[in-house]
Structures are given as C-alpha cells and as structure tokens.
Design a protein around this ligand. Structure first.
Ligand SMILES: Nc1ncnc2c1ncn2[C@@H]1O[C@H](COP(=O)(O)OP(=O)(O)OP(=O)(O)O)[C@@H](O)[C@H]1O
Length: 604
C-alpha cells in the first residue's frame, strides 16, 4: 500500500475549501492547481436552483471544457439556462450591452477585425501601406476618451511595420487605425475591446437596473483565468462587487500575459484581495518536482514564495530540467536534442510540444498551427481552404475559415468596395442575398478548390478563380467587376499553395507540435521544449531571471516563460544561447533545482 502523501492531502483540502467557501472569494492558484476542477466541482456541488451561476472564461475552449465536464457528471443542465457558461465577451454583450442598444442601428458583434478584413492605409505614393486593424494592439484605460492602437511587428505586418517605422509613420498608422475603428463602430461593428468600453459605460449609468437583472438571474459570477482581466474588466467586476454581486475570482497572477490590456499582476492581486474571502491552492497536480522548482525561480523576488508542492502522478519523476546550449538560435538543432531525450523517457511524439514567445522562433520541421490568416487576399483564401479541409475541432477557427470563403465568393461576384469592411451578413443585406445561400456555396467551394500540395500558387489561384466562377450566388448572374479574382503576387507566385497559405501539412517532419506560448494557456503536455532565441533581449531576460528583479519592460517576458515552462508534466527542456545557459545553470544550482546540461554541438 502506498503511503498517504501529506502534501497531496493538503492540496485536496485546499481545493475543497475553494469549492465550499461562499462568495465573494479570491482563489489564488499556482500552475496545475486544478482550477477548472474546482470551478466545476463548485458548480456541481450546489446543483440546480431557481437562480443560476455564471461561469466566465476568456476562450471558447475553456468554456467548452466546463460544459463538457457538466455533461460527463450527468448534469448537462448546469451548462444551460438559468446558468451561463461562456466567454466574458459574450456575457458582457448579452447582459450589459445588448439590452441597452438603440433600435436605430443594426449592431454586429465580431470576434476580431479580421472577420471583416478591416484595414486602413497610411503614407502616400510609393510609401503607401495597407495595414489591418487586427495587427494593432488595442488598449484603453477606464475613463480615457480615446483608444490607443499600436501596430505590432508580427509576421503578417512585419514588412509594413518596418517600412512605416523607417518613414517615421507609426504614429500616423495608429491614428488612421483609431479613426477607422471609430468609423466602423459608427456603422455598428464591435469587437471584445469595444464591448468592454460600452459595458462599463452602461454599468456606470444604469447600475441599479443591471444589478437587479443580474442578481435576479445569477446567484454568483465565477471568473476563471481571471489573470487575463483587462483594466476595463476589473473596473466592471469592481462595480458589480461593490453593488453586492457575489464574485468568485480564480486566477494565477504570475500567468498574466496580456499586459497591454492592463492585465498587470499587481492589479489582479489587488482586486483579488478586495474580495473578502481567500483560498490559496498550492499543490501542483501536473508537474515534476524539478519543473515546480524551476517555476519558482521565474517568479520575481517581490512576490516570491517557495516552490509549489508537486502532488500529482509526476511528483516522483526523477528527470531534471534539460538546458540545451545553442550557438545563436538553433531551433531545429535544439529540437533534435529534445526528441532524443523525450525518446529516452518513452514520451510519445503526440505528447511533446515546442514553444516560443514568437512564431518566428519556432523550428521549420514542426507543425506550427497557422492560426492567423495571411494578409494577401488569395493567400487568405488558400489558408481558409487548408483550415476547412483539415476539419479542425476548434469551432472558432472553422467558422473563421468558412467566413473567409464566403467573403471570397461575395468579393468575386460583387465589387470589392461592397465587401471590404463589412461582415458577411452585412454584405448579403446590401446586395439582397440570403446568407443561407452563400453558406451553402462556401460548402461546395471547399470540395471544389484544388489540392494545396500540387503545383505553384499561381496555378492554384487560376483554378480556384475558375471554381469561384462556377458558383454564382444568383443563377445566370454576371460579375460586377474583376477585383475578386485570386491572383498570386510577388514571392508567393512560385511557392506551393500550402506554403502560401501558411498552414503546415498534417503530421510535420518531426512529428512534434509547435506553438506560440499565448496559444497553449491552460494546456499541458508530457514534454515541453521552450526556445529562447538569441536576440537583443536575451541579456536583460537572463539578468532579470537570475536576479529576481523584474523591470517593467521585461517582467511580462518572464511571465511568458513561466506559462510555457509550467505546461510541462515530466520533461522541460530549455534551449538558450550558451552564455545564457551558463548563467541559468548557476542560478538553478543555487536554488537546488536539478538540471542536466547539453548542447546542440553534439548533433553537429
Ligand atoms: N484533485 C486532483 N486529483 C488528481 N488530479 C487533479 C486534481 N486536481 C487537478 N488535477 C489534474 O491536474 C492537472 C492540472 O489541472 P488544471 O489543468 O485544471 O490546472 P490549472 O489550475 O488550470 O493550471 P494552469 O493554470 O497551469 O493551466 C489536470 O490534469 C487535472 O486533471
């Protein structure tokens, strides 16, 4: 018989406290603490009453998990009326915004500006650049009169970003983006960012009415992954709390990685502490002792605490952290070393993941999920074809791909000017089409579009345009102009259609999945390879890590590493330039975290 583990027993007691403690309640949890389990158990414990519970999270995936667990427990009704299990965006839209919208305008909620290809242009003549609203980071402090937008040097926008930066036009781009956003809002379009601004505005003006409605429907509101709350979210929740709405605020402040939205750990902690009750979850059910130990070294001295207790099945895992020294950035070489070690631990390929802060740092031999469509119109259609043909489980991604194909059909048959900056529904209204018809045609188009792994992108575009021409939205109709034909341009011409689409084939060369850290929040995997590239930030990053002093410009980078490292259950490998490897190794030794050193030189 195995000995009872006092740490595991303590962790179970903490979880039970969090399940039973009445709201208002702050649950501050470590990575792998079983936050979702606690939320679901709390929901199941009370069963169905006259009033429901609102369980809010930030992603559809997290919400589906809660709903799925209710079904598995034989209580599917707990995910339905009068309960609400959904995203915070939907909650705010449904209860704080929609009831108060005037009848003079048709409002359209979209999950990103990419859904309507919203873009603007900056500069003049040969220096004119098209920039997409979705490539800006949007923020606004509560009470501020205007939003701020900052173009991001992401893969899709990097060319325009560099050109505009050289021309000193980044501020003009930001202004143009804000003007365009205001114009689109005036037309009735809102994303999550605008929903929050309007929701707070409504709450400030109609608090009594909103509270009466919410408290009549819900006995408490649970916020999962609350470290992602923006400054607006916190202002809204603060007001609900002060008005007597019982809140359960569940979070790990050290995993706050959306700082631009105002999600700062100190703000999150302060908000949590303003709620009367508090339970801390300190047992990590996911990771090995070495991984829990390493995670503690990534927390700043200012909020340091001892390593969390490993209490799950990996609490006896002997493997230490694997530090892979690289010469410069060598993602493919580091991957080869990682695979060797994961093989030695008999960890299967499907249980391994490679992570980096930015997609550009990931190895070429991995299956990077191309979750953002490219900017170029024809490449976007190829992206949508690749995604739709792969029939993804992620409903949002699938819907996004269908949306692009519907827009491609509309743009092919109608004028470009009628289709950009409008949702599919709005275009259909404008041209007098049934949305059902266009959805049906998009379904046919998926089957008709040519293979993405044959020929050049130029050939693909020609054949794809021909197929679009075989699917008129109205029988016998003629095209309004030629602007919607698919044309391969520049370097894309001779690429394979799949390369142009940016979506890797299923089953990558290495068989290992790769992702940017922001996309794996809340997930876990047996083995994780974390890539720290050799770039200008590395010295500052390693200095902050090893001193525990996290300056504001680097603190979030360390939290991104923290999120990445804490996804690992058994094997955590970190690839970093050799100089940095020495410093990190010395630091881990000082903190008694077991590690093994290796280098990519071995596989030369
Ligand atoms: N009481 C428990 N007994 C056994 N396993 C548990 C228990 N609680 C949680 N787990 C398991 O621990 C793992 C981590 O749980 P979960 O993913 O909910 O953590 P989390 O708090 O959301 O972590 P993170 O914030 O790091 O994503 C899961 O595999 C979960 O099934």
């Amino acid at each position: 018989m195995t000995e009872p583990d006092p740490y595991a027993e303590a962790a179970v007691r903490q979880q039970q406290d969090a399940v039973r403690h009445p709201a208002p309640l702050y649950v501050q949890a470590c990575p792998g603490a079983g936050k979702t389990r606690v939320i679901v158990d709390r929901h199941l414990a009370e069963g169905q009453g006259r009033r429901g519970r609102a369980v809010l999270s930030f992603t559809n995936v997290a919400c589906s998990e809660v709903a799925q667990r209710c079904r598995e427990a034989g209580k599917p009704e707990l995910a339905e009326f009068p309960n609400f299990v959904g995203t915070i965006d939907t909650f705010l839209w449904r209860y704080l915004l929609r009831p108060f919208l005037g009848s003079g305008k048709l409002w359209r909620r979209i999950d990103s500006w990419d859904r309507i290809d919203a873009s603007t242009e900056v500069g003049t003549g040969p220096n004119r650049h098209k920039v997409f609203l979705n490539d800006f980071q949007w923020s606004r402090e509560p009470g501020a009169a205007r939003c701020t937008a900052r173009l991001q040097p992401r893969k899709r926008a990097i060319k325009s970003y560099n050109a505009l930066s050289k021309l000193g036009l980044l501020d003009d781009a930001a202004k143009a983006a804000v003007d365009k956003q205001r114009a689109l809002v005036a037309e009735g379009y809102v994303t999550g960012h605008e929903i929050r601004i309007f929701a707070l505005h409504n709450l400030q003006r109609r608090q009594d009415q909103i509270i009466a409605m919410l408290s009549g429907r819900f006995r408490e509101i649970v916020i999962d992954e609350a470290q992602d709350c923006s400054a607006h979210d916190l202002a809204i929740l603060g007001q609900l709390h002060h008005a007597g709405m019982p809140l359960v605020f569940v979070c790990d402040p050290d995993q706050a990685i959306y700082e631009f939205r105002g999600a700062l750990p100190a703000r999150i902690r302060e908000f949590g502490k303003s709620l009367e009750g508090r339970v801390d979850l300190r047992g990590n059910w996911r990771s090995s002792p070495a991984i829990c130990g390493l995670a503690a070294t990534l927390r700043p001295t200012a909020t340091a605490r001892p390593a969390d207790s490993p209490v799950g099945p990996n609490r006896t895992e002997p493997a230490g952290i694997l530090l892979i020294g690289t010469v410069g950035s060598q993602p493919d070489e580091a991957l080869a070393v990682f695979i060797e070690h994961a093989d030695a631990l008999s960890i299967r390929s499907e249980n391994r993941v490679v992570l980096a802060h930015a997609g550009t740092s990931l190895p070429t031999t991995t299956g990077v999920s191309g979750s953002q469509p490219p900017a170029h119109h024809a490449a976007r259609v190829a992206w949508a074809a690749a995604v739709a043909k792969s029939n993804p489980k992620n409903a949002t991604l699938r819907q996004f791909a269908y949306d692009i194909l519907q827009r491609a059909l509309l743009r092919y048959w109608f004028a470009e000017a009628d289709t950009t900056g409008r949702s599919v529904e709005a275009i259909c209204e404008l041209v007098g089409l049934d949305t059902w018809r266009i959805r049906q045609l998009a379904g046919q188009l998926i089957g008709a579009l040519p293979d993405l792994d044959q020929g050049t992108f130029t050939d693909w575009c020609k054949e794809a345009s021909r197929q679009l021409g075989l699917l008129p939205p109205r029988p016998g109709m003629k095209r309004l102009d030629n602007s919607g034909s698919l044309v391969a341009r520049g370097k894309l011409r001779n690429k394979t259609p799949r390369n142009a689409s940016g979506v890797p084939p299923r089953g990558s060369a290495s068989g290992v999945r790769a992702s940017v850290v922001h996309q794996v929040k809340g997930e876990e995997e047996e083995a994780v390879l974390l890539l720290i590239p050799s770039d200008t930030r590395i010295d500052g990053l390693v200095n902050a890590w090893t001193t525990g002093n996290h300056p504001p410009n680097i603190a979030e980078n360390l939290r991104v590493l923290y999120v990445a490292a804490t996804r690992a259950k058994r094997l955590l490998a970190i690839a970093l330039p050799e100089d940095a490897q020495d410093l990190v190794a010395a630091h881990l030794k000082l903190r008694d975290v077991p590690f093994e050193l290796t280098t990519t030189r071995r596989s030369d």
